[in-house]
Each structure stands twice: as C-alpha cells, then as structure tokens.
Design a protein around this ligand. Structure first.
Ligand code: C5P
Length: 222
C-alpha cells in the first residue's frame, strides 16, 4: 500500500497544528508536530543550562534526548525522556528561544532524520516550516498556510485566555513577528513556500473551511 503524505508549512500561529490534527483524524493518518520536537530540545537545553548559541552542544544534547509524540483521545502529548512536557513546551521561555535552537544545521539534520523515520511506515500529516521543502519533498499534498500577523496574534491571545492567561496582544504580535523573521532569515532550511505548495490565506476562513479545502485537495490525490 502506498503511503500518503500531507505537508503543512507556514509562519507561527497560522493554525497549522489545529488544522493538521483534524485532517489527520479525518483521514486516519498520523499527525506529526515537528515544532514540538524543536520545542522539546529547547526545553531540555533550558533545563540543563546548555548554551543555546552552541550548535555542537545542542546536537550532543539531542543525541541523548528521547522525544516521543503520543496520540490519544485527549489529543497529542509530548514526552521528553519520559516526562510529559505538553504544556511546558508552549511557555514563553521556550517559545522565545526555539528559533535560535532550530537554526543549527547539526540539530536540523538529526531532527529531519527522526521526522522521516516517523513517516516511514504510515501515512502522515506533518506540520512545520520545512516539511514540503525539505523533510518530505515528495509529499503528495503540500499546503502553505498563512494569515495576517494581527489575526494570528488574536488567535494566540484567545488560546492563552482559554488557559487562564492574559497576555498583551501587542506582545504576542511582536513575538510572532520576531519568530517569523528568524525562521525566514536562517540559512539552513528557512521558512519558505515550496514551489509546488498550495497557498491558503486563512485570515478570514474558519477552521472548518480550511480543513475542508485541504481534505478536498487530498481526496483528489489519494
Ligand atoms: O510550529 P511551532 O510554532 O511550534 O514551531 C516552533 C519553532 O520551531 C518555529 O518557530 C521554528 O523555529 C522551529 N521549527 C523549525 N522547523 C520545523 C518546525 C518548527 O525550524 N519544521
């Protein structure tokens, strides 16, 4: 049986993971959140006091770090060396450093190796920044999700409110814009739309509308 791959890339807080999870469930595919993997390494670097400007040290740390993405009825859970870090890896301290940690070639090569391995035996929906361009270049469906930075800040704000937090929209907006800039300007596998990706601007679309569009595109090609 031929394996099917859906790659979803785009800037921070564009709705990639929300949409990817629903699409994966609808098709019975495995959802792989590559951002959670970079966040996991960043968390471990913070915890161990590893110098986040040192790519060699970060790669050595990654080599002794077990990152597991688990799927259950209550959603995805992320484990680092057996510890459930699902919430912890979304905290601002991790978010602020993850673009630096993910900028090193040695770190990326190992992450990409792990990501491809996860997609070896099953059909997947994988989201990130370099999935269509680099991790799964032969994916049958490539989507590039974008939305205005204001809309993305508002969406993130609503998510944080649900967690009982009250961040400033302006601070969220700045953090999102800065992370995008770092992800687009890095030398190794920067955030860029793959030539054969379909661009979807979700600024004025609902989650259901985005999901429907992706499912329609996928069903044409399955
Ligand atoms: O998707 P998420 O916002 O959780 O990703 C966190 C960070 O991880 C991104 O801002 C980016 O720096 C890095 N990342 C990456 N390549 C990926 C996925 C995420 O560099 N494929």
């Amino acid at each position: 049986e031929r394996l099917f791959q859906i790659a979803i890339d785009g800037p921070a807080a564009a709705g990639k993971s929300t949409v990817a999870k629903i699409v994966a469930k609808a098709l019975g595919f495995v959802y792989i959140d590559t951002g959670a993997m970079y966040r996991s390494l960043t968390y471990k670097a913070l915890k161990t006091g590893t110098d986040m400007k040192n790519g060699i040290k970060l790669k050595e740390l990654l080599d002794v770090t077990d990152i597991v993405l688990k799927h259950s009825e209550i959603g995805q859970r992320v484990f680092v060396d057996g510890e459930d870090v699902s919430e912890r890896i979304r905290y601002p301290d991790v978010t602020a450093q993850v673009s630096l940690v993910s900028s090193f070639g040695k770190v990326r090569t190992e992450m990409v190796r792990r990501q491809r391995k996860l997609a070896e035996h099953c059909s997947v929906v994988m989201d990130g920044r370099d999935i269509g361009t680099h991790v799964l270049p032969r994916a049958q469906v490539k989507i590039f999700l974008k939305a205005s930075v204001d809309e993305r800040a508002v969406r993130r704000f609503r998510e944080e409110e649900l967690k009982g937090l009250h961040p400033s929209i302006q601070a969220l907006r700045e953090a999102i814009a800065l992370r995008d800039k770092k992800d687009m300007e890095r030398t190794i596998s920067p955030l860029v739309k793959a030539k054969d990706a379909i661009e979807l601007d979700t600024t004025s679309l609902s989650v259901d509308e985005v999901v429907d569009r992706i499912l329609n595109i996928a069903k044409e090609r399955i």
